[in-house]
Design a binder for this molecule. Structure first.
Ligand SMILES: Cc1cc2nc3c(=O)[nH]c(=O)nc-3n(C[C@H](O)[C@H](O)[C@H](O)COP(=O)(O)OP(=O)(O)OC[C@H]3O[C@@H](n4cnc5c(N)ncnc54)[C@H](O)[C@@H]3O)c2cc1C
Length: 88
C-alpha cells in the first residue's frame, strides 16, 4: 500500500520527489493515476499529492502577453496577476 504525502508548497513536493525518486508518483487530479493504481497497471510506494498547493489551483493569463514572464523574477509561478503588475 502506498503512503500518501500531502504538500502545501511546491518546494515540499520537489523535496519529497527528490527523496523518494522513482518510488514516488505525483498526484495532480488523479484521473490517470488512481485508475492505474486500482487496476494494478502500476504500483508505487509513495504518492505525492499536489492538491493542497494553493498556487497550483488555478491558471491565470498574464495581462501583457508579450512580457517575458518566464525570465521575469517578479512574475513568480502560481502568482495571481493584478490587472497591471506594478513592475510593468
Ligand atoms: C476516463 C478518462 C477519460 C479521459 N479523457 C481525456 C480527454 O478527453 N482528453 C484528454 O486530454 N485526456 C483525457 N484523459 C487523460 C487524463 O485526463 C490526462 O492524462 C490528465 O493529464 C490527467 O491529469 P491528472 O491531473 O488527473 O493527473 P494524475 O492522474 O494525477 O497523474 C497522471 C500521471 O502524471 C503524473 N503527474 C501528475 N502530476 C505531475 C507533475 N506535476 N509532474 C510530473 N508528473 C506528474 C502522475 O504521477 C501520473 O503518472 C482521460 C483519462 C481517463 C481515465
Amino acid at each position: 500500500m502506498a503512503r500518501v504525502h500531502g504538500c502545501y508548497v511546491i518546494k515540499e513536493a520537489l523535496e519529497l520527489k527528490k527523496k523518494f525518486g522513482s518510488t514516488a508518483r505525483v498526484l495532480a487530479g488523479g484521473t490517470d493515476l488512481l485508475v492505474h493504481l486500482k487496476k494494478k497497471i502500476i504500483t508505487t510506494d509513495h504518492i505525492i499529492s499536489l492538491q493542497r498547493i494553493e498556487s497550483l489551483t488555478r491558471i491565470t493569463a498574464h495581462p501583457q502577453p508579450s512580457h517575458p514572464w518566464r525570465e521575469c523574477m517578479q512574475c513568480k509561478p502560481g502568482r495571481r496577476f493584478p490587472a497591471r503588475p506594478a513592475h510593468l
